[in-house]
Design a protein around this ligand. Structure first.
Ligand code: E4P
Length: 216
């Protein structure tokens, strides 16, 4: 399973990258706004900087919702760097645009996916990645991990090439459960990635080893 970090914060991206386990980055308009990135030029510059830090797939989301503008915007995003993946929302014009990008050699990430039906449509349109938002599903009292397992089952059965990118990860357990359920990628906040490191017995064991090492 690939690890992406879900942030537009450069310090966090660098920290995760230095761990040596990072395969890519996902951003969205909320994450970009959080970093104070405003205007077409600043947005493009920020994506370019991320691409220079991480050697992997970098999702950059379109801000439009109609076919022609999504295509124009996506072409500009894709031109920023060869590793840019154009992130397109799961709407009617979004699906049409994903098909256009697929036919024109531009990789895509279909975002805001909350059902297996939507995941089937994204795969049919040729999306490189499909992003089910598991944390938001859990928030609405459904089981996000179950959706990952359902999509993984369908994609395997139907031999779809689209990769399942588990998104809206809230904690380290989500990452483990998504790996079990067959996600190809998990995009996570830095805190959830670092959460995987933690176990109290590791801390206790290390403290004891370090104490005993003084007697060596
Ligand atoms: C995915 O690509 C999204 O950026 C993200 O995972 C959304 O997560 P949230 O539900 O924590 O906003």
């Amino acid at each position: 399973m690939k690890f992406f970090i879900d942030t537009a914060n450069l310090a966090q991206i660098k920290e995760a990258n230095e761990l040596g386990i990072l395969d890519g980055v996902t951003t969205n308009p909320s994450l970009m706004a959080k970093e104070g990135i405003k205007g077409e030029e600043a947005i493009a510059k920020h994506y370019k900087t991320i691409c220079e830090i991480v050697d992997g797939d970098i999702s950059a989301e379109v801000l439009s919702t109609d076919f022609n503008t999504i295509v124009e915007e996506g072409k500009k995003l894709a031109a920023i760097h060869p590793n840019i993946i154009v992130k397109v929302p799961m709407i009617k014009d979004g699906v049409k645009a994903i098909k256009w990008f697929t036919d024109n050699g531009i990789k895509t990430n279909c975002t805001l996916v909350f059902s297996a039906g939507q995941a089937i449509l994204a795969a049919k349109a040729g999306a490189t990645y499909v992003s089910p938002f598991i944390g938001r599903i859990d928030d609405s009292s459904w089981d996000g991990v179950e959706l990952i397992a359902q999509i993984a089952h369908i994609y395997a059965l139907q031999e779809f090439d689209t990769q399942i990118l588990a998104a809206s990860i809230r904690n380290a357990l989500h990452i483990v459960k998504c790996a079990e359920a067959g996600a190809d990628v998990c995009t996570c906040p830095l805190e959830s990635i670092l959460g995987l490191l933690k176990h109290p017995l590791t801390d206790i064991g290390l403290a004891k080893f370090l104490e005993d090492a003084k007697k060596m």
